[in-house]
Design a protein around this ligand. Structure first.
Ligand code: OAD
Length: 243
């Protein structure tokens, strides 16, 4: 099937859908200028995300990890949502039941107006005290290194789910409930390599959803989805709701 006719199939499925789940990854924000994790532009001083986004890396060298987050905060601070984020935000009004699950920590979905969402990997503008565990917003760019809690003077860390850490239980439950009751599931701009999100498409598919992948390239999950729309998220996602 060429992209034209595949697009018509997806539009038709969406026009009949009552319940929709969208899962997004770094690819949707790439069009806003946020580097992805596994592209070469995602590397920082030759470190890979997997070597910095871990509790062990933070315990060993919190300064280095905060420097990396400062680099990412600086990059993200100047970015704006793109037409793909905006189209996803419009979907909230369009369907009887809708849930957005994002792996992105950049906050661009919120900036675009999305409210029915789980930021399952956290948010780069939130910090958490390693001692009293209080979570607060902090939009300083750059953030002072090392940042300390105003309440207890404990060391602050990014409020981000790192490799080896578990997702919040309520995010898992809300996401699972939506995936299992969806008529259509859209998977946008994720390599499908990081679990548990990498398994979400299969959960939706098993429960009977029509699963659509939107990505520049083929991925680990391309073989399980019903259709793939290949291209840039900012070009494709806004077309999905047009009739
Ligand atoms: P990746 O960097 O692994 O994958 C990005 C995906 O987006 C790839 O499949 C690209 O082909 C695709 N892509 C790139 N540009 C695109 C565009 N303009 N339009 C559509 N697709 C495009 O990012 P994630 O899958 O999001 O975890 O990575 C998952 C997690 O691993 C992240 O949340 C992060 C990371 O380590 C944490 O920070 C905890």
């Amino acid at each position: 099937m060429g992209t034209g006719s595949t697009l018509d199939v997806v539009r038709h499925k969406l026009s009949a859908a009552r319940s929709v789940t969208v899962l997004t990854g770094a690819g949707i924000s790439a069009d806003s200028g946020v580097p992805t994790f596994r592209g070469t532009d995602g590397l920082w001083r030759n470190f890979r995300a997997e070597d910095l986004a871990t509790p062990e890396a933070f315990a060993r060298d919190p300064r280095l990890v905060w420097q990396w987050y400062n680099w990412r905060r600086e990059l993200i601070a100047t970015t704006r949502p793109n037409p793909a984020h905006e189209a996803v935000a419009h979907m909230e009004q369009r369907f009887e039941r809708f849930w957005l699950i994002t792996q992105n920590v950049d906050g661009l979905h919120r900036d675009a107006g999305s409210r029915q969402l789980s930021e399952i990997h956290g948010n780069i503008w939130m910090v958490r005290c390693t001692v009293c565990r209080r979570v607060t917003e902090n939009r300083d760019v750059p953030i002072a290194i090392l940042p300390l809690c105003k309440l207890c003077s404990g060391l602050l860390r990014p409020h981000i789910v790192w490799f080896g850490e578990s997702l919040a239980e309520d995010d898992l439950q809300t996401s699972g409930a939506s995936l299992k009751t969806s008529d259509v599931c859209l998977i946008i701009g994720t390599s499908g390599l990081v679990y548990p999100a990498a398994g979400f498409g299969a959960i939706a598919k098993q429960a009977g959803a029509f699963v659509v992948e939107i990505n520049l390239d083929s991925t680990q999950q391309s073989s399980l989805v019903d259709v793939t729309l290949q291209g840039r998220a900012k070009d494709i996602v806004p077309l999905l709701l047009q009739t």
